[in-house]
Design a protein around this ligand. Structure first.
Ligand SMILES: [Zn+2]
Length: 329
């Protein structure tokens, strides 16, 4: 993901000013977790799932590591979910080159029409274009935090859902080709930033089930660094404020108020934009992005490896998501 340009923010406010949705209010009512028994999120497992992805190497679309990791994720989720769908697609990168991608869609309790959507991206960036050392600017990143952390949390959530099924339906959509937007060293100017998030753009326009809907969505991105700050990202607050407020309240109630701040800051170009805009599902983004506008210190560098990952952070985010899921059951 990338910070949103001011142009995008201005346009989105004009075009989508009328999109605010009753569904947000309905979703808020459903988070009632005072007396709900919630499975324990195992941070050791989540950490191992993050490491397993990293061990394949950079998951750059069309690479061998990408294919192998995708196959691993599909077989992993098949152990726990009711169905796993692979959605193959072709999109165009910022430079016009075609790229093949694979979204992975994992569903629990398909009979329920009352559904929650959780997402993360599973590809890793082809270029460490933010690295302090210019020599690394064309080196692919491992993406332990930027990619694998969100997926690892969702893998552990899948294990919990199998252990304690819910009456609500849950879908986990792992988006591909999220992080292959125009590198900093390239002069191409894609004003609307639509060169990012290609997998979610495809999914939101080609839903895996016609007319698929979910009451709310939560996107996880960069949810593994130690002592993170998750602020209220502005596009999430624009599209789904009541969901964001409720999830942040859950975090405070669980004792994670030090990580989840009420500060609201500029938007992030991430998969939730397209899920809100095109699929019309109110989705928030839990993404490390502090009030100074910085992502975590090793964002888009070769140092985004497993040493960036804190079990405490994975646990905090996993706990908050599990409360959201089980309180609506
Ligand atoms: Zn990224």
């Amino acid at each position: 993901m990338k910070k949103l340009s001011l142009i995008f923010l201005a346009v989105s406010v004009i075009v989508f000013a009328s999109c605010k949705d009753k569904k947000q209010k309905e979703a808020e009512k459903d988070f009632n977790y005072a007396s709900v028994e919630i499975p324990a999120f195992n941070a050791d497992s989540a950490f191992a799932y993050v490491k397993n992805q990293c061990d394949f190497g950079p998951r750059v679309p069309e690479s061998k590591a990408h294919k192998a990791c995708g196959d691993y994720l599909v077989s992993f989720f098949k152990q726990y979910a009711d169905t796993v769908i692979e959605q193959n697609f072709t999109s165009k990168l910022y430079n016009g080159k075609e790229v093949k991608g694979r979204n992975i869609i994992v569903s629990f309790n398909l009979a329920s029409t009352d559904r929650a959507l959780f997402s993360a991206h599973w590809d890793s960036r082809a270029w460490a274009d933010n690295d302090a050392d210019e020599k690394n600017h064309k080196t692919p990143i491992i993406g332990a935090n930027d990619g694998a952390s969100g997926v690892g949390v969702l893998m552990e959530i899948a294990r919990c859902l199998k252990a304690k099924p819910t009456s609500v339906g849950v879908d986990i959509v792992l988006f591909d080709v999220e992080d292959q937007g125009c590198p900093e060293w390239d002069k191409t100017d894609i004003e609307d930033q639509s060169d990012w998030c290609l997998g979610s753009q495809y999914w939101a326009k080609n839903l895996h089930i016609p007319f698929y809907q979910a009451k709310y969505g939560i996107l996880l991105d960069m949810v593994g660094y130690s002592n993170p700050l998750f602020v209220k990202e502005s596009q999430s607050m624009y599209y789904a404020p009541s969901i964001m407020n409720k999830v942040w309240q859950i975090a405070k109630d669980k004792g994670y108020g030090n990580m989840f701040s009420d500060e609201q800051i500029g938007g992030v170009m991430d998969d939730h934009i397209w899920v809100n805009k095109d699929a019309k599902i109110p989705m928030i983004d839990i993404v490390q992005h502090d009030p100074t506008g910085s992502f975590f210190p090793y964002w888009h560098t070769v140092k985004d490896d497993i040493t960036c990952i804190s079990k405490n952070t994975l646990k905090a985010v996993g706990d908050v998501c599990l409360v959201a899921i089980y309180s609506a059951s």
